[in-house]
Every structure is written in C-alpha cells, then in structure tokens.
Design a protein around this ligand. Structure first.
Ligand SMILES: [Zn+2]
Length: 107
C-alpha cells in the first residue's frame, strides 16, 4: 500500500471553492440592493439565486470529493474521512491518495 499526495485535487477544490464563493457573495450583495433602486422582484430573484448557488456549490463540491478518480489509472475511488483529512483509495494501484482537504476546516 502506497500513500501519496493527490497531484491536483486540492488545488482544483480550493480554486473552485474560492470562485464559487465570489459568485455567491456577489449574489448576496445583489440581493441586498434596496428594492426601490431595482425592478420589483429583483431582490427575491437574487436571494433565490444566492440560495441555489450556495446549495448547488456545496452539493457539487461534496459530490466531487466522493467521486475522485485515480490520477494514475483513472478509476473511480472510494473516499474516506481520516482523522485530519480526506483520502481516496485506489484498489487497482493499491494506493491511498491524500486529497489535501482537511476535515472540518482548511488544512
Ligand atoms: Zn489507480
């Protein structure tokens, strides 16, 4: 059994996470624009977009976390939650890939 750091997952995850939060923050700010400055229903629409983006991002990132492919053989792997970080096991390569995603916080 080998234990290696995953070459790209943490970078991809963090980049996606940051970009998604920028979009979510902008939607949140848009929802706060006073209603007399914009058309009727704008705030509600933005609030709806904000909630959808927030839930969608969390679902998407969580899905990706549990559907990581092996960087060597491209097979789907089983993600497990370790004591301090998530890791994914490839049975074919007999390798545990450290995903670099901390449990309950950054690093
Ligand atoms: Zn593999």
């Amino acid at each position: 059994m080998k234990h290696l750091p995953h070459p790209s997952f943490a970078k991809w995850f963090q980049r996606t996470f940051v970009r998604a939060w920028i979009v979510i923050a902008l939607l949140f700010l848009a929802a706060l624009i006073p209603s007399h400055l914009v058309s009727k229903g704008f705030g509600i629409a933005m609030a709806f977009c904000f909630a959808s983006a927030l839930i969608g991002t969390l679902v998407y990132l969580f899905y990706q976390l549990f559907h990581v492919k092996c960087p060597q053989c491209n097979q789907p792997m089983e993600t497990t939650r370790g004591a301090s970080a998530y890791s994914a096991l490839c049975l074919r390569c007999d390798t545990t890939w450290d995903l670099g995603i901390g449990v309950g916080g950054s690093d």
